[in-house]
Design a protein around this ligand. Structure first.
Ligand code: GAR
Length: 193
């Protein structure tokens, strides 16, 4: 079994899409944990529906970010997690996790990076008036939505788009592209056939 951990802070539609794809394709991938930093996040309920163990703690419960990440790392290492998948995890990952998982932490971003990084990628693209935005899957480094790009898919901004309509089309692309990219990465690492 390939063991992955999903980190998320919000709604969890990407978590659900990944869990459903894995189940549907009967892949030998186990989501060993949902790591969540927001006790009220909807993703927690969704993970429990898939019987995925949830680790939920706020950063403020710890002395500092290092202690917070060390506690997470211990939890992942106990279960021999091989890959970390960030799915709407709204924190910068720092050296404790980056050094333990070199080129083994993935992130999804709702824009064509390096354009529109940060928390509001969809809104920022809409406000900038671009005609094409999209989705990026990339390896995580110490920056904000930076790191080597794995895959990108464009999404057209339509003349009458508002935030909700554009976000809806971007999420649809995310839900397929993240799964495809995860499989590609696992195949490249010779973990999946
Ligand atoms: C997704 O759109 C993801 O691309 C974005 O958070 C959303 C989470 O949605 N991530 C970022 O903006 C990272 N900078 P979800 O909770 O429904 O999966």
């Amino acid at each position: 079994m390939i063991k992955i951990a999903v980190f998320a802070s919000g709604t969890g539609t990407n978590f659900v899409a990944l869990a459903q794809h894995i189940k549907h394709h009967r892949l030998p991938i186990q989501i060993t944990h949902l790591i969540c930093d927001q006790p009220q996040a909807t993703v927690i309920t969704r993970a429990r529906e898939f019987k995925v163990p949830v680790w939920v703690h706020q950063l403020k419960e710890f002395k500092d970010k290092t202690e917070y990440e060390q506690t997470i790392l211990q939890c992942l290492q106990e279960d021999q997690v091989q890959l970390i998948v960030l799915a709407g995890y709204m924190r910068i990952v720092t050296n404790t996790l980056l050094n333990a998982y070199p080129r083994a932490i993935l992130n999804i971003h709702p824009a064509l990076l390096p354009a529109f990084p940060g928390r509001h990628g969809i809104e920022d693209a809409l406000l900038a008036g671009v005609k094409i935005t999209g989705v990026t899957i990339h390896y995580v480094d110490a920056g904000v939505d930076s790191g080597p790009i794995i895959a990108q898919q464009p999404v057209k901004v339509l003349p009458h788009d508002d935030l909700a309509s554009l976000a809806n089309r971007i999420h649809q692309v995310e839900h397929q592209l993240y799964f495809d990219s995860l499989c590609q990465v696992l195949q490249d690492k010779k973990l999946l056939k």
